[in-house]
Design a protein around this ligand. Structure first.
Ligand code: AQP
Length: 332
């Protein structure tokens, strides 16, 4: 079975709809056909300031949400990044392989550092992509299911894997991004030209899966559309309506043309009311399941312990091979 690896940050308490539709949903599907490794990336989270108690709680929240979404520890390996020390170790190797210039071209770093200002931008935020490269290469992943915003980091991963292989001999699998066109980028409900993001300016544009269902319905109903009335998928001319159609289609399985037909002659109000109901039907059981996992910390801990052990077995082998290829003297 081909291998997949992916990670999600534990920083915002609740996953948002972009995380779910762009990534986690694919994780659930891929565990059926792939040897899958999924992790909560707490070492990535600390590239920006974190309150320790909140980080601890959010990490548990993240695991509970993955399980609630259908990630099944019987079918895949679920673990916490910091439980596998090889991530930080191979991350250092990747820092030593990447050029300062190529790392400086990462647009996510440029955007985030501009937002934080130089004094609040950590060196860790700059080296984040090289840690992500290590995350992926440690597991010799063939594919990496992510949203569009991670494409450049995947390109860096391929470049560094190829560079290492050509310098030191075949060591790493060169991975492909797994990005589904339809859901690669879910947009902010209030500003449908930018991606839905936890660091969005307007919280009304962000659907958190753990929000009160009433709040979710309200946000859907006040989504920005346009001054026209026709319900048609057209990313350039009708970004707001197109985003709603994408969300609706993915959550229900109805195709976009089917939805366009269903709403022919009807107004945006009808579309939003129905989508609000679809969203509420989705988040209500999701919240209940998440809470059930949170209420059973022993089960959660034993899933994570088993996951870390399985992940470490693979990661340790790759790290030992990497060190050896580079000429680091093995400890006797
Ligand atoms: N809007 C989105 N559409 C599709 N996919 C998305 N992802 C994130 N936003 C969208 C994908 O979710 C996965 C986890 O990403 P992350 O761990 O980076 O989560 P995040 O930090 O919560 O993402 P944000 O909201 O984008 O935060 P900022 O902007 O603060 O970094 C990834 O596969 C990502 O592609």
């Amino acid at each position: 079975r081909p291998r997949v690896l992916s990670g999600i940050q534990p920083t915002s308490g609740s996953f948002h709809l972009g995380n779910y539709l762009g990534a986690v949903r694919q994780w659930v599907a891929l565990q059926e056909s792939h040897d899958a490794f999924y992790m909560v990336v707490d070492l990535h989270a600390i590239t920006v300031a974190q309150d320790p108690a909140e980080l601890r709680a959010n990490t548990r929240f993240a695991v509970a949400q993955l399980l609630a979404a259908g990630v099944d520890p019987e079918r895949c390996t679920v673990f916490i990044q910091s439980h596998v020390p090889e991530h930080a170790q191979l991350g250092w190797v990747m820092n030593c392989l990447a050029g300062f210039g190529e790392a400086s071209r990462m647009t996510q770093f440029k955007d985030k550092s501009a937002r934080h200002g130089a004094d609040r931008t950590t060196v860790g935020l700059f080296t984040y992509p090289m840690l992500m490269v290590a995350d992926i290469l440690l597991y010799q992943a063939d594919q990496v299911p992510v949203g569009e915003d991670q494409r450049q980091h995947l390109e860096l991963t391929r470049n560094l894997a190829e560079r290492f292989n050509s310098t030191y001999g075949e060591t790493f699998t060169v991975p492909d991004p797994y990005i589904l066109k339809e859901t690669a980028k879910i947009y902010d409900l209030q500003d449908p030209s930018s991606k839905m993001s936890k660091s969005t300016a307007n919280p009304k544009g962000l659907i958190n899966l753990l929000d009160e269902p009433k709040t979710t319905a309200k946000k859907v109903k006040s989504a920005v559309t346009d001054t026209d009335t026709v319900i048609r998928f057209d990313r350039a001319e009708k970004p707001g309506v197109s985003n709603l159609l994408t969300i609706y289609s993915t959550l229900t399985g109805a195709s976009v043309p089917e939805l366009e037909q269903k709403y022919e002659g009807k107004g945006y109000g009808a579309l939003k009311t129905d989508l609000a109901e679809v969203m509420v039907d989705f988040v209500t059981p999701f919240r209940t399941r998440t809470q059930e996992y949170l209420d059973d910390p022993e089960t959660l801990d034993s899933i994570l312990a088993a996951g870390a052990e399985k992940a470490r077995a693979v990661a340790a082998e790759t790290l030992a091979l990497t060190y050896d290829r580079m000429g680091l003297l093995p400890a006797k």
